[in-house]
Design a protein around this ligand. Structure first.
Ligand SMILES: Nc1ncnc2c1ncn2[C@@H]1O[C@H](COP(=O)(O)OP(=O)(O)OP(=O)(O)O)[C@@H](O)[C@H]1O
Ligand SMILES: [Mg+2]
Length: 306
């Protein structure tokens, strides 16, 4: 397995009084996709900004491809393609020009830059838009162009801060396909997301973050199976029934959690549980497989997106 392309030990980032990242350690393996999953303010962006060397560490150690970030930030920046959380394309330039100008930062020869730009426009299905201004693009196209831009320097590592937030499902799926294809080519990926489906679709492993800390790190399937079980039954209970149902659950062997007006029951024998709930014919029930969202709720008592 090796020791990993990125090694982080006891990373801390403080902004004045606030500790945004509170002593986290992790390893990113070469070729994997690692996701940071957590709610607003968990410290995801702060963590990855430290990795791509634009935000200095308050404390801790960070190595990228064996380079110490304190001594070799430029070297590390040259290895990492970045898709930031905010779209920061140049509005005065066309789609193609945005790519070419960016290539210049990396001192890529003009001819080579043009060749790569067209290749990337094809890869992200943007060739038809090459002469458009940024304001003429849809949200999904802008996101794809930023991914193309991040790839122009052929990075070993691609860091994506919420690659698909706010996009419709179709736009999201196109980006997911492209990220999977880059992974097959061996590009190591680190992404942040609020979407447990995105994490499940793309990530080999996820770090579940909350309040600057990593609560769990592992493959989505293993984490969910180990901590939540296989199945979840959601019960929507009205105020009049709540006390009665909770009384029943407290006397039962079931593991459960409440968030708002919904009770979540974790089990591996859903059918039997449903049978024992048959005495409450008016309950609204959903029976489904357990997800990372359930794991998060179990760990923190909150949903990922409140
Ligand atoms: N430059 C900064 N100055 C001061 N505080 C900051 C700065 N950047 C982030 N923070 C604070 O650090 C904490 C973590 O923020 P961060 O942006 O890393 O969260 P996040 O997990 O990326 O959240 P989101 O899902 O909303 O993007 C927050 O409380 C935020 O207000
Ligand atoms: Mg963020």
């Amino acid at each position: 397995m090796g020791k990993g392309i990125i090694q982080a030990r006891d990373l801390v980032k403080r902004f004045g009084e606030l500790t945004a990242v509170d002593g986290i350690s992790f390893v990113v393996r070469e070729g994997e996709c690692l996701g940071f999953l957590g709610p607003n303010g968990a410290g995801k962006t702060t963590t990855i900004r430290m990795i791509y060397a634009i935000s200095p560490l308050t404390a801790g150690e960070l190595y990228v491809a064996d380079y110490d970030i304190r001594h070799h930030p430029r070297k590390i920046k040259g290895m990492i393609g970045v898709v930031p959380q905010e779209n920061n394309l140049d509005p005065d330039l066309t789609v193609l020009e945005n790519l070419l100008v960016y290539a210049r930062y990396f001192e890529i020869h003009k001819q080579e830059a043009v060749r790569r730009a067209f290749e990337l426009l094809d890869f992200l299905e943007l060739r038809e838009k090459k002469d458009r201004l940024i304001e003429e693009l849809s949200a999904g196209m802008k996101r794809r162009l930023i991914i193309a831009r991040a790839l122009i320097q052929r990075p070993r590592i691609l860091i994506l801060d919420e690659p698909t937030t706010g996009l419709d499902p179709q736009a999201r799926h196109l980006i997911w396909q492209r990220l999977r294809s880059l992974k097959r080519e061996g590009v190591t990926q680190i992404l942040t997301t609020h979407y447990m489906e995105e994490a499940t679709q793309l990530c080999d492993r996820v770090a579940i973050m909350d309040q600057g800390m990593i609560l769990r790190l592992g493959s989505p399937q293993e984490l969910v199976a180990a901590e939540v079980g296989e199945e979840v039954i959601e019960l929507q209970v009205g105020e009049d029934e709540e006390a009665r149902i909770k009384g029943f659950l407290e006397g039962s062997p079931f593991i459960w959690e409440q968030a708002g007006d919904t009770l979540y029951l974790y089990c591996s024998n859903g059918r039997e549980v449903l049978a024992s709930l048959a005495r409450y014919p008016h309950l609204r029930l959903v029976h489904r497989p357990a997800t990372l969202e359930d794991l998060f709720l179990k760990l923190t008592g909150r949903r990922l997106r409140e």
